[in-house]
Design a protein around this ligand. Structure first.
Ligand code: HEC
Ligand code: HEC
Length: 371
């Protein structure tokens, strides 16, 4: 799809570009309104939550660099048509994922995959559904360069666009000590803003210290199923419920999108194990957004897992019982009762971090002011 779209979108992009004077933003009166003193992003994760790990920021002036990243993240004027920002597909209210299965990019062409949550990305690399990007700095410029997502085919043109917006120079100055705008500075700021978005205030987190005394019986039962009988945590584990690596979870016998198989042999249908933080609000689910609800997801794990030749071993019947000839190796059927599904759902909902979804440090700073 990318290959076909490329020449077409390049042409369209050039047309759009030549019709928009770079110095003249389409919505001239939308400007970022920022707090007088920068928010504190350095200490986003309080000490008692240090099991999350320190945020590995790249910038030196952290608060100022992240502030710049926040503005870039919400700025529609840095896309080719002045209409698409990172935030168009990564909505704070949806756990920084998108509401639709495929997100609409700058030319109203859909992305071939479902937008992903970007919380806790400081620790959840490699990035993208097919894990093709190792570090965030690389990753954050890909959407801008990607013709479907934001339509800037040449990052140097991005610099021209940013230079023409007068609110940027002081922001670069504060972040980096000089007002020079470079590709590297843009990517560090965006990547550091991503890193600053940390989800750690969910009911689940609050329960850590009291052995989950704050959970009701259904949530507790769900937690036990998640970690025990249903073995969800064999993949979705650790503080980010992301675990490590990728897996083929038997969505199809033949995948339309091979995921990691596109660039690695023997990994057809393997996709990044996504973080389940805020999963109640990040639907639709899976790399192609095929499931609208958590019920659909649980039905898949319960009875829908296909015996794909590359199905992950953890989703086969003999997982944990190797060598036992009486245990068949085919795709597992968890056969969840409706009560078990309710319990799992109740547990998944304890991962919603309502404070994060409303935290103004990550919110859209742009406001319409009259000229
Ligand atoms: C048109 C929609 C769209 C726009 C605009 C967009 N993204 Fe994305 N984003 C996606 C999709 C879809 C994916 C998954 C893509 C894939 O796996 O191929 C994604 C993946 C990501 C990831 C990887 C997350 C992970 O856990 O692996 C990060 C980080 C990210 N985007 C940041 C950004 C930033 C920063 C911007 C702005 C510069 C941006 N996105 C703009 C749709 C979008
Ligand atoms: C073998 C590893 C593995 C196991 C075990 C596993 N998952 Fe997953 N899970 C994944 C992968 C990989 C994806 C993404 C697959 C895709 O998009 O193709 C995923 C996706 C999901 C999603 C969708 C998230 C999103 O943002 O789209 C949910 C919800 C989920 N899993 C819940 C569960 C539950 C509940 C269990 C236990 C019943 C479970 N998983 C067991 C690997 C696993």
């Amino acid at each position: 799809m990318n290959k076909l779209l490329f020449p077409l979108s390049l042409l369209a992009a050039l047309l759009v570009y030549s019709c928009t004077k770079p110095g003249e933003p389409a919505q001239g009166s939308l400007v970022p309104i920022l707090p007088e003193t920068e928010y504190n992003y350095r200490d986003v994760v309080p000490e008692e939550m240090s099991f999350m790990g320190q945020i590995p920021y790249t910038g030196e002036n952290i608060d100022e660099t992240v502030t710049l990243g926040r503005v870039l993240f919400y700025d529609k004027k840095i896309s080719f048509n002045n209409k698409t920002a990172c935030a168009s597909c990564h909505l704070q209210s949806n756990g920084f994922a998108d509401k639709s299965a495929f997100s609409e990019g700058f030319q109203f062409v859909e992305t071939p995959r479902n937008s992903m949550t970007i919380v806790n990305t400081a620790w959840t690399g490699p990035y993208f559904w097919d894990q093709r990007a190792e570090i965030l700095e690389d990753q954050v410029l890909m959407p801008i360069e990607n013709h479907i997502e934001m339509g800037i085919d040449d990052v140097e043109k991005l610099i021209v666009k940013i230079e023409a917006l007068d609110y940027y120079k002081p922001l670069f100055g504060k972040a980096y000590g000089s007002e020079e705008i470079t590709v590297e500075r843009i990517s560090i700021a965006l990547a550091d803003f991503m890193r600053a978005i940390v989800s750690y205030r969910a009911k689940f987190d609050e329960g850590q210290d009291s052995n989950f005394a704050n959970f009701n019986p259904l949530e507790m039962e769900g937690k036990e199923l998640f970690e025990g009988e249903m073995q969800c945590s064999s993949c979705h584990n650790g503080p980010h419920f992301r675990g490590w690596g990728s897996a083929n979870i038997g969505l199809d016998m033949v995948y339309a999108d091979q995921g990691q198989g596109d660039w690695q042999q023997g990994m057809d249908g393997w996709f990044k194990i996504p973080s389940l933080r805020n999963v109640a609000v990040t639907g639709p689910y899976m790399h192609d957004g095929r499931f609208a609800t958590l019920d659909d997801v649980l039905n898949h794990y319960s009875t829908g897992i296909e015996d794909h030749p590359e199905l992950d071993f953890r989703l086969r019947n003999n997982f944990g019982k190797w060598g036992d000839p009486d245990v068949p190796v085919e795709a597992i059927k968890m056969n969840m009762t409706s009560h078990e599904k309710d319990a799992l759902k109740a547990f998944l909902m304890t991962l919603t971090d309502h404070e994060l979804l409303n935290d103004e440090r990550y919110s859209d700073p742009f406001q319409m002011v009259s000229n």
